[in-house]
Design a protein around this ligand. Structure first.
Ligand SMILES: Cc1ncc(COP(=O)(O)O)c(C=O)c1O
Length: 385
């Protein structure tokens, strides 16, 4: 059968299967020791002070928002180009979403657009999304937010493994140097997977303690007594969720983390190769990433220069016929019925020209060349019609 190239794909190794099956034989397959082993490894990799693994990136966002003690019905600012969970988590936590327009080339939110809404809407929290694994201006954003008493959650679901330098000091996404909390997703489309899963990273003990309550029904412990006998029982002061992840999921994650560096290095090599191939054409532009940033390339987006005359859906369909499955990340949130709001012109431009093409563990240089050439041929064909 001909190889099918999807934009993203998990790779499961024999060692992953062994680790999960070995864990199945443990006494505890939930609330067991593999969860904390996974969390410890996340701490080591990200340099965050605390890591709490949960059952999805969405639960991580909801928990992060709930842990910040924002005032009821506060406004939370969210970039207009992101996965829906970055914004729906705000509504599910009882807050209001204020969308921010994004830069038409990077898809990252525009600082000036953010500044304009801070006072008008008394923004309490910003969810900064590291779209495609790319980041920008984290220090500047931090300084604006601190001045205005705005909490920052970095939705780092795309950027696990991204690092950056400021004045010769290296920072890692997830170390929380310029935010209160970072969140990760371990969905199969991400760099490493736990099947479904996510994590909350923070350096703040109070947040960590609150998160632990929120993800586990609000359980605190108490002794209940009868005569001289007592029983260890739970005490509930505030409601919580069951956002716990199981040891089985964490066993897969722990094993996947053993290849963390190799996975990133592979993506970086293929991304550089794509960059080189697309540099030769004026049909397509690639994502410009600043020199001080080392992206983990969760996605590889290309930008169709002549997006006004090239029908992108036709291109996607033609590529699909050639077994190349692409995706658009994302339809601007303001175009979703749930968040319907005024126009965001730069988000529209970004959306019209962007296309994520295959990049994952199983894409090799030969595949990348074939994919790039097929895309260019198909664009040329559409242009001629
Ligand atoms: C930017 C972003 N935020 C949040 C999420 C939600 O993560 P999950 O699918 O694990 O709930 C995702 C995952 O797709 C994402 O890409």
């Amino acid at each position: 059968m001909k190889k099918k190239y999807t934009y993203s794909k998990q790779k499961i190794y024999k060692s992953d299967i062994l680790k999960v099956t070995e864990t199945l034989k443990h006494h505890n397959i939930s609330k067991g020791p593999i969860i904390s082993a996974f969390e410890k490894k996340l701490i080591k990799i990200t340099q965050s002070k605390y890591a709490i693994a949960v059952n999805s990136g969405t639960s991580a966002l909801i928990t992060a928002l709930k842990s910040l003690n924002l005032k009821k019905k506060s406004y939370v600012a969210v970039p207009n180009i992101t996965f829906v969970a970055s914004a729906s988590s705000v509504l599910l936590s009882g807050y209001k979403v204020k969308l921010i327009d994004v830069d038409k080339d990077s898809g990252l939110f525009k600082i000036n657009s953010f500044k304009k809404i801070i006072n008008k809407y008394k923004i309490s929290c910003l969810i900064n999304v590291h779209l495609n694994g790319n980041i920008d201006n984290l220090k500047k954003i931090y300084s604006i937010c601190k001045k205005n008493n705005i909490k920052i959650i970095e939705d780092a679901c795309h950027a696990f493994g991204t690092s950056y330098k400021i004045r010769d000091k290296t920072y890692k996404v997830g170390d929380n140097s310029f935010c209160d909390i970072s969140t990760l997703s371990f969905h199969p489309a991400k760099l490493i997977t736990t099947g479904e899963g996510g994590a909350i990273l923070t350096n703040d003990k109070k947040i960590k303690d609150k998160v632990n309550l929120l993800i586990n029904h609000g359980y605190k412990y108490q002794k209940i007594k009868k005569g001289s006998y007592h029983l260890n029982y739970y005490k509930i002061e505030k409601p919580g969720y069951n956002f716990r992840i199981s040891d089985l999921n964490c066993a897969l994650g722990l094993s996947q983390l053993n290849r963390f560096k190799d996975k990133i290095s592979h993506r970086r090599k293929i991304a550089k190769f794509y960059d080189k191939l697309f540099k030769k054409t004026d049909l397509i532009s690639v994502l410009k990433i600043k020199d001080n940033i080392k992206s983990a390339y969760h996605l590889y987006p290309i930008f169709i220069n002549d997006f006004k005359s090239i029908n992108k859906y036709q291109l996607m369909e033609n590529l699909k016929k050639k077994n190349i499955i692409t995706q658009i990340h994302y339809l601007p949130l303001n175009r979703q019925p749930l968040f319907k709001s005024r126009k965001f012109p730069d988000s529209d431009v970004y959306f019209e020209k962007v296309l994520s093409i295959p990049l994952h563990d199983e894409i090799n240089f030969k595949d990348a060349k074939l994919i790039a050439n097929t895309i260019l041929n198909e664009i040329e064909k559409i242009k001629k019609i």
